[in-house]
Design a protein around this ligand. Structure first.
Ligand SMILES: [Zn+2]
Length: 61
């Protein structure tokens, strides 16, 4: 899995390969995430997991 970031909208996501188009904004601006972006990504995932655990976030299957 790659961690990719869109240079246009800064959306960071995991994907089996670097997609041509950003799944969020649709721009052709996706590249491999930098170390800093990967750190932010993992931090965000940890926050989301905690919010789901506390029931603050509606899990959508
Ligand atoms: Zn984007």
């Amino acid at each position: 899995m790659h961690i990719c970031t869109c240079s246009h909208c800064k959306y960071t996501f995991r994907y089996p390969m670097i997609p041509f188009h950003c799944p969020d904004c649709g721009k052709d601006a996706v590249r491999e995430a930098t170390e800093e972006e990967i750190r932010d990504y993992h931090q965000m995932q940890a926050i989301l997991r905690e919010e789901i655990r506390l029931g603050l976030y509606a899990a959508t299957g």
